[in-house]
Design a protein around this ligand. Sequence first.
Ligand SMILES: Cc1cc2nc3c(=O)[nH]c(=O)nc-3n(C[C@H](O)[C@H](O)[C@H](O)COP(=O)(O)OP(=O)(O)OC[C@H]3O[C@@H](n4cnc5c(N)ncnc54)[C@H](O)[C@@H]3O)c2cc1C
Length: 311
Amino acid sequence: MAAVLSSLLLKASRSPLSRRAVTAIPVTRKVVDRFVAGEHEDAAVAAVRALKAQGLYATLDHLGEDTTDAAQAAAIRDSYVRLLGRLAAEGLADHAEVSVKLSALGQGLPGGGEQLALENSRAVCAAAAAAGSTVTLDMEDHTTIDSTLRVLKVLREDYPWLGAVLQSMLHRTEQDCRDLAYPGSRIRLVKGAYAEPATVAHQDKAEVDAAYERCLEILMAGGGYPMVATHDSRMIRAARAAAGAHGRVAGDHEFQMLYGIRQDEQLKAARAGTRMRVYVPFGTDWYGYFMRRLAERPANVGFFLRALVGR
Ligand SMILES: Cc1cc2nc3c(=O)[nH]c(=O)nc-3n(C[C@H](O)[C@H](O)[C@H](O)COP(=O)(O)OP(=O)(O)OC[C@H]3O[C@@H](n4cnc5c(N)ncnc54)[C@H](O)[C@@H]3O)c2cc1C
């Protein structure tokens, strides 16, 4: 039942009709606020400040994906550049980086989308370098992975700290982990948030989890900087065990969770001396992000429905 609901929600996350319906309901906003820091840069900066005060790190995501023209991609690029300048000016750049979706920077546009996304993300990397911060390229559905890894390779020549994301649900990912576990390589490991066909991805949660543990082992054994992004206590325990087995210490890897999810665990980890980074989305284009969060946890759908009927 939960799997059917999850798959329906993931389909709806790509449907313009559903987008119009869900975003038109006024009460949706209240539920969205649980997962999204706010609509504007000010809210994002305030969230980082509050996290820093609690010993937490942040990675900021200006919401937006599947950009439809070059002007929109440029506007998102400029907003990241502005945001990075602001983080530096407010003394927050040591605690915050940015997460960027290449589709928001034009990757999917016909006739040179990848090149456009490369140029736009290069400008974001330059701004991060000037601010004393870093960037991670989010990973989207499997059709975009080769392109994203090509962009990563080119940009790492100038910005070796540029991070990437690998998704354990995909059959290809163990090999990608092996290829990317080299010294200095910042890799965020996630389970994967997109509906993917059986030809490319594990369909069974137990298989996705087992693959996550195998990927953890590869990344922790390698020379890179693993970023363990999960709310799953079992995966967190496995990550700690693998880190210990490979002689890793605090500071050569980190844990990450999403804004608004398991905040108690985020704080507990920070207090115990673990580097914990919170992924903080902000902006008006929250629909796709919000629907993926609902798909991950049917209990959130219940929360949404209760808000709808006004209880
Ligand atoms: C920092 C970060 C960045 C990400 N970036 C990407 C990306 O670039 N590309 C991508 O495809 N995906 C990304 N994701 C999403 C990821 O792929 C998963 O969809 C998402 O993290 C859910 O998987 P999970 O590992 O938390 O485990 P799940 O299997 O979803 O959850 C496991 C367990 O975690 C606990 N849990 C989960 N949610 C809650 C909650 N709300 N409250 C209490 N307990 C909860 C429960 O015990 C649950 O059983 C990112 C996730 C994080 C944390």
